[in-house]
Design a protein around this ligand. Sequence first.
Ligand code: GDP
Length: 446
Amino acid sequence: MFDTLSDRLGTALAGLRGKGRLSEADIDATAREIRIALLEADVALPVVRAFIARIKERAKGAEVSQALNPAQQVVKIVNEELIAVLGGETRRIALAKEPPSVIMLAGLQGSGKTTLAGKLARWLKGQGHTPLLVACDLQRPNAVNQLQIVGERAGVTTFAPEPGNGVGDPVDVARRGVAHARDKMYDIVIVDTAGRLGVDAELMQQASDIRDAVRPDETLFVVDAMIGQDAVATAEAFRDGVGFSGVVLTKLDGDARGGAALSVREVTGQPILFASNGEKLEDFDVFHPDRMASRILGMGDLLTLIEQAEQVFDAEKAQATADKIGSGELTLEDFLDQMLAIRKMGPIGNILGMLPGANSAQMKEALAQVDDKQLDKLQAIIRGMTPAERENPKIINGSRRLRIANGSGVTVSDVNDLVNRFFEARKQMKAMAGQFGFGGGGRRQS
Ligand code: GDP
C-alpha cells in the first residue's frame, strides 16, 4: 500500500541519518523531497503546502532532545503530521441512543458501496449487533440482487423492494426499510444508495431525499482510493450536494498512491472511519490514522496484525499447542489447525506486509516469493491423511503415501517432503522450547 510514497519518504528521511545537527539547509532539502513525494502520490496541492509548512516550522523550532537525534526528531514530526492529516484520533462510528441507528452509504458507482454494505454488516454483527441491509440502489441492474448476495454471505437480512414492481421509488424503500427494522427489532439499518459514473444533480437529489427520509446517524461517503486526487473533487461534490459525516476508503489493496487518503480529511473536514482492502467481506478494518501513518513511514502495522491475530487465535488452544511443542508431541492435526488460523487473517503476503521493515527491498523480494498455493498444497496433503496418520505420521506406509498423493493432487515426493520436514521441525521446535523454557507439561505463565 502506498509503496512509492513510503519509499520516497524513506529516502528523504534517510538523508538526515547520522547528522549531529540539522542546518536550515538540511531541513529545506528534506522538506523539498517530502513535497515531491506527496505530489507524486497525488496529494492535493493545498494539503501538501500546509503539510510542508508545518514540517518546516516544527523542524526548525525543534528543541534539542536528549532522547532523539535530529534525524529521529524529524521522523517523529513527519509521523505526527501524517497522523494529523489522516484525521488524528481514530473516530468510532456513531450510533443512535434509540435503535435503530441508520447508516447511509453514498458514493459514485463502482466505488464499492454494495461490497462495503456487506463488510460493515458482517463487522457490526461480529460486535453483537443485528444489522438490516436496505437496498435503495434501484438504478443499476442487479444491484439489489448483489446486495442480497453480500447480505447472505455476511449472515444478515436484506430488505428489498418486491420484484415486479417496476423501477420503484428508492426513497420509499428506504423509509419502509427503517420502519421494518423498528418493527422487527433490527438495531442498525445500512442503506445502500445508487451511484452514477460521475457526479450529477439527479443523483445528489435522490441521495438527499433518502437522507431527509431516514435521517441517518452516519452518512458515509464511500470512495475508491485508486482515483487519487479526483477523490477530492468527488468528495467536495458529495459534501455540498448531500453532506456526509465520515469517509470510507476502498480498494486500498490496489496500487493507490495515497493521494485520496492524505487529502480527503483535510479537504472535507470529515474523518475517515473505515478502510476496505479487498473483495472479500473480511478485507475491512477500522481506520486508524496513527497506524496508517506508521505504515506509510515503513514502521509496520503491528497493532492491526496483533488485533487480527487476537480475533482468530484461541488463547487456550495456543497454550495447548505451545505445551505440545515443548514436549515434542505436536501432530500434523495441530499444524493444520495453526495454518488454518493464520490463513483466516488473509493472504500470507498481506500479513507479512504489516511487519516492520516490510518496505525494505529484501523483505519485498521475500514477499514476492510467498505463495499461498504452497500452503494450499500442504493443507490438501494433511487433509488427505486419516486422523490416526495426522497424530502419528510414522505409520504412513508407501502405498498410503501414494493414495494421499493421488487424493490431494500432488506427488509422492511432496508427501514425503512434508512428513520429513514435519519431523525435523518438531525436533527443532522441541529443542528451542527447551532453551526458552516454555511449553511441556502444561506449565502456564500467569
Ligand atoms: P458500488 O457500485 O459502489 O456498489 O460498488 P461495488 O460494491 O459493486 O464494487 C465495485 C467493484 O469493486 C466490485 O467488483 C467489487 O468487488 C470491487 N471492490 C469493492 N471494494 C473493493 C476493495 O476494497 N478492493 C478491491 N480490490 N475491490 C473492491
